[in-house]
Design a binder for this molecule. Structure first.
Ligand SMILES: Nc1ncnc2c1ncn2[C@@H]1O[C@H](COP(=O)(O)OP(=O)(O)O)[C@@H](O)[C@H]1O
Ligand code: SF4
Ligand SMILES: [Mg+2]
Length: 333
């Protein structure tokens, strides 16, 4: 049963393959999830687990070498993969706002920040030049940039890293999106600035009613802001659940390993660099066994024969694993 009659975003069995010279890369394998209006969902997983490609796939923003080989993406009930060019541009420009890790790759260095915000407002919201300018200054103020009217004249390089990320968030919020996708937006920032940006997102959530997908490799970040968490591994969602439930009752050995890598408050800094042993899986074929098996201390014969399906383990909580942490033995499915 769903919490809402119609999710904001509903993704079913999404599959994305890159065709490369050295063979196919199965980057996204049957990924299904939904986002309710106003919900903040954290997406976690090691580098290469398919977080970014999943989001690029559902936005239709993949490079030419990639092919969506299956699945459905519904945004407010509308089929995104079936949209014509105009609808797709409006979907990307107005309905969804995106913030990337490195603002320098998405901000245009040759235009001042004011132009980059007003251009979007005029294109998608039909605002006049003067109204767009006024709204742009309001947006900079909303994301906590001092002297917003003056700063509209500045170019991206005139902002510090943290301020540039705020500018990116302002641009993403320009057209009142119903969904914000933030792809590791704080990873490149130092810890203090990262905390400020997270605080800003908490405040914005109170003010603006929008769904948020927050991608990070840091489960600690998710703990502080998310309602729900999706855990990705090898291009699949291996566990998802409400944040408190997932932290209190993690089911998948990969989630449990991620939680073990989180530093406790009392630990010395040197111990913070713990990682999960072993290599990420090869994505050269669609998985026919559990991709985590080579790194899993609980693996048994079934894990090597059958890729686990997602099994309901609690309210809105499921895990793709044949092992049951409650008994320490195979799941009864
Ligand atoms: N342009 C590309 N060509 C081939 N493979 C790619 C390309 N982009 C991403 N991939 C592969 O897709 C997988 C998922 O990547 P990505 O979604 O960027 O991971 P994440 O965001 O979780 O770090 C990786 O294994 C990566 O090698
Ligand atoms: S299915 Fe088996 S190998 Fe995979 S995570 Fe669960 S116990 Fe480990
Ligand atoms: Mg990524």
């Amino acid at each position: 049963m769903r919490d809402t009659p119609q999710p904001l975003l509903d993704v079913t069995a999404l599959k994305t393959v890159f065709h490369t010279r050295s063979g196919d890369v199965h980057a996204v394998n049957e990924v299904s999830f939904d986002i309710a209006p106003g919900e903040l969902v954290g997406v976690v997983g090691e580098s290469g687990s398919g977080k970014s490609v999943t989001m690029m796939s559902l936005m239709g923003l993949l490079p030419k070498s990639a092919e969506i080989s299956g699945g459905e993406v519904l945004f407010q009930g509308r089929n995104v993969r079936g949209m014509d060019r105009n609808d797709l541009l409006a979907f990307r420009g107005r309905d969804v706002g995106v913030v990337f890790q490195d603002p320098m790759t998405s901000l245009n260095p040759v235009f001042n920040v004011g132009y980059q915000i007003t251009d979007r407002l005029r294109k998608y919201m039909g605002l006049s030049r003067a109204d767009a300018r006024k709204r742009a200054a309001e947006l900079l103020a909303l994301v906590g940039i001092p002297d917003p009217e003056q700063r509209l004249r500045d170019y991206p390089h005139q902002f510090s890293g943290g301020m540039r990320q705020r500018v990116m968030i302002a641009i993403a919020l320009a057209c009142d999106p119903k969904l914000l996708i933030a792809d590791e937006p704080t990873t490149a920032l130092d810890v203090t600035i990262q905390a400020q940006i997270l605080e800003l997102v908490r405040e914005l959530r109170q003010k603006l009613d929008m769904g948020i997908i927050w991608i990070t490799h840091d489960l600690g970040v998710v703990a502080g802001i998310a309602d729900r968490v999706l855990v990705m591994y090898g291009g699949q969602i291996v566990e998802q659940g409400p944040v408190a439930e997932l932290f209190a009752n993690p089911q998948h050995p990969y989630t449990r390993a991620l939680l073990e890598t989180l530093p406790s408050v009392t630990e010395e800094r040197s111990e913070r660099l713990r990682t999960i042993e072993g290599q990420p899986p090869s994505l050269n074929a669609a998985p026919s066994s559990c991709s985590f098996a080579p790194r899993c201390r609980h693996a048994f014969d079934r894990c090597l024969r059958e890729n686990p399906t997602r099994i309901d383990v609690g309210p809105r909580h499921d895990a793709a694993c044949w092992w049951d942490p409650a008994t320490g033995g195979p799941r009864n499915v």
